[in-house]
Design a binder for this molecule. Structure first.
Ligand code: ZN
Length: 73
């Protein structure tokens, strides 16, 4: 699906786009729920701005795994 504007689902802020590329950090999530979930076959997607990502992950008991990107494609 082609999106012309992008919004953070958590705070509602518009994420600046230039030629369909986000001009700031954004986490784009798309997940297909499987058979053992109660959402079998549903595809859920949302976007988070970097600030909301930081707020969200700050609440994690176990922080996200972070590694450095070593190769650029
Ligand atoms: Zn946000």
């Amino acid at each position: 699906m082609r999106k012309y504007s992008l919004f953070c689902n958590m705070c509602g802020k518009e994420i600046k786009m230039e030629k369909n590329v986000a001009r700031e950090g954004v986490l784009a999530v798309e997940h297909t729920w499987g058979y053992f979930s109660e959402k079998d076959g549903e595809i859920h997607s949302f976007d988070l701005c970097e600030q909301c990502y930081d707020h969200l992950t700050a609440q994690f008991k176990i922080p996200p795994a972070i590694k450095k990107q070593t190769e650029y494609l």
